[in-house]
Design a protein around this ligand. Structure first.
Ligand code: S3P
Length: 440
């Protein structure tokens, strides 16, 4: 099967309802929490993507029983200290930073050395940021440069730490929360704002975790947990996957889209807050609370006029995975948009700030790029009539999907390589695109 797709035609206006697949952050967290619970946990609508399957394989290797039947999954955890495995174990985190970093927190008390490996993209990413605080708790971690492969050996004598998480990384914060649940005494985290699914799940599971929310930072206190009860969870749809369709609709005048049952956790909806400021009409319907998470149907309307934005940094953390596709809206907006304090974007599956600028320059949009910011000179009349090639982007799933949305929105003939990259987070992405095209 060819890994290349060619998109030659703009999408015509649509008025549809879709469902995207389950949330990736919640799916991986469900697997990891269930693996240390005592008893059988059940998940409905689990995301069946390579990142989540890697998490399932990882806990299986740690001796945990897993049954997967389509999107229904059961995991039988053996308790907080229940991992059983042979010496020289290797865990393959594939492309998933969330799995690679969160599982390290759970391995804080391992008796034998475990090796963590990943694909080319993940191996280049920074694992020192999480190795450093975990070593203070007691683990012995050896890294290749600052990335993978690494080995981790836990300790019997775990020491609770005070940890200042300065990057706004939910992965680092969550990893220390997991380690804190296994560490006697009080672990304290001062964390720059980032997604809070781990804290909400701890709260739902009545685990010993307290959070004080202040303007800039969250203050989290974790005590050692005695036991974790099983977690039955119906995973809501992923706002990060929905974002591609929110933007596709926003860029298609006269279109309207309803995206069902999506997680609208306030720490994840930066894309909606940013696009609203740029003139896109977005509403929530059927809003409800599910086990601490907010869920709603999202209604988006194609925008007649788009305004540029000077994006306040406080909106960054809630949109951290969505900037590539947000930049497409800035490309079509009137005026110059400015996004700053985004050095973290270059730490993702590919250097995404650089890739954002690259895609925009390929479509004739002027940008000014620094290590942490981008200015985008929008063109409301943007139309493309040439061939555009997207390849060698470290198979970053979000680069692929952003390119498809650009092709459908602006025209031109796009040759986009490595379509398999969508398997990481959103294997049904192209099927939904076809559904939207159906009656064109
Ligand atoms: C994630 C946190 C974010 C995000 C990633 C998923 C998570 O990464 O980019 O896709 O599930 O905790 P960082 O924590 O590194 O910012």
């Amino acid at each position: 099967m060819s890994k290349l797709i060619i998109v030659k035609k703009k999408i015509t206006p649509f008025n549809k309802q879709i469902s995207v697949s389950g949330d990736k952050s919640l799916s991986i967290r469900w697997v990891l929490f269930s693996s240390i619970a005592t008893g059988k946990s059940k998940a409905y609508n689990l995301l069946l993507s390579e990142d989540v399957l890697a998490a399932i394989n990882a806990v299986k290797k740690l001796g945990v029983k897993v049954k997967l039947n389509n999107k229904f999954c059961t995991i039988e955890g053996n308790g907080l200290a229940g991992y059983k495995y042979k010496k020289n174990l290797i865990i393959d985190a594939k492309n998933s930073g969330t799995l690679g970093r969160l599982i390290m927190g759970l391995l804080i008390d391992t008796k034998h050395k475990i090796k963590i490996i990943g694909d080319k993209s993940l191996s280049k990413r920074d694992f020192y940021r999480i190795a450093k605080p975990l070593e203070k708790i007691g683990a012995i971690i050896k890294l290749k440069k600052k990335g993978l492969p690494l080995t981790i050996l836990g300790s019997k004598n775990l020491i609770p730490i005070k940890y200042f998480e300065k990057k706004g990384s939910a992965q680092c914060k969550s990893s220390i929360i997991f380690a804190g649940l296994k560490t006697p005494g009080k672990t304290i985290i001062k964390a720059k704002k980032s997604r809070n699914h781990t804290e909400l799940l701890c709260k739902y599971l009545k685990l010993p975790l307290k959070v004080k929310i202040k303007k800039k930072y969250d203050y989290i206190e974790i005590n050692q947990a005695k036991k974790i009860k099983p977690l039955n969870y119906n995973i809501p749809s992923d706002i990060s996957s929905s974002a591609f369709f929110i933007v596709l609709t926003a860029l298609s005048k006269n279109s309207k889209l309803v995206i069902k049952n999506t997680n609208i956790n306030p720490s994840r909806i930066g894309v909606i807050n940013i696009l609203k400021r740029m003139g896109v009409k977005i509403q929530f319907k059927n809003q409800k609370n599910y086990k601490g998470e907010q869920i709603a149907d999202i209604i988006v309307h194609g925008a007649k006029k788009l305004k540029s934005i000077n994006c306040p940094s406080k909106l960054n953390s809630g949109a951290i995975d969505e900037f590539l596709v947000i930049f497409l809206v800035a490309a079509k907006a009137k005026g110059i948009s400015y996004f700053k304090d985004l050095a973290e974007l270059n730490q993702k599956e590919s250097p995404r700030l650089k890739w954002g600028a690259k895609i925009l320059s390929k479509i004739g949009i002027k940008t000014i790029l620094t290590e942490s910011s981008i200015k985008i000179f929008g063109n409301p009349n943007l139309e493309i009539n040439k061939k555009i090639i997207i390849k060698n982007y470290l198979k970053d799933h979000r680069v692929f999907m952003t390119s498809v949305i650009a092709a459908l929105s602006f025209g031109g003939e796009w040759h986009i390589d490595d379509k398999d990259s969508i398997k990481t987070s959103f294997p049904t992405f192209l099927n939904i695109i076809n559904d939207l095209k159906n009656d064109n």
